[in-house]
Design a protein around this ligand. Sequence first.
Ligand code: ADP
Length: 193
Amino acid sequence: MKYRSILLFGPPGVGKGTQGKILGTVPNFFHFACGDAFRSLTVESELGRAFLDYSGRGELVPDEYTVRLWQVTIAGHEKLGDFVPDRDTLVLDGLPRNRNQAEILNDMLDVQSVFSLVCADREKLVQRLQRRALSDNRLDDANVEVIHRRLDTYELETKPVLEFYGDDLVHLIDATQSPAKVLLDVLNVVTRL
Ligand code: ADP
């Protein structure tokens, strides 16, 4: 059985997490943020150390680790009963993040829609991330070089994945609008699914 899913795409700082968290509070939607799953690991674990290493350089964690973490986390939520695949739609935030991940997940996901949150103003994203470094205590937001590397990684590795899903599934959302308006645009599509 494939998991019914909607995907959130967009560069770091564009507001995927904000939208994902809100959508996850709507009954029958379950939010999975890949970065949050990595951040919940302890540095004592091999994967936790790998995450610190890669994210500290602004790079993606290798695919086999990432997909495994997703599978284990989702299976845990299924066991707990807070994610019920027959009932719930998965809101995937930050996964897949490259073509290989999209191909691996293709056997496991029934993708209903892909939302690409768009903000062409790179400086604005950098400023948002720098603010978040303090409020969320995020090491990978503290260094401006790492921020630029992550924005480049998005352009080079993640954005091309939109072509994998194609124009019928991908909805471009103007992320420079207020969070409420972004949510409205997303919900307008989601409620038609
Ligand atoms: P942001 O979108 O602000 O970069 P995330 O919290 O989604 O933040 O991700 C933080 C870091 O976690 C990424 O820079 C990357 O190192 C790692 N990461 C998150 N999702 C993935 C993924 N799907 N594949 C590989 N690495 C990931």
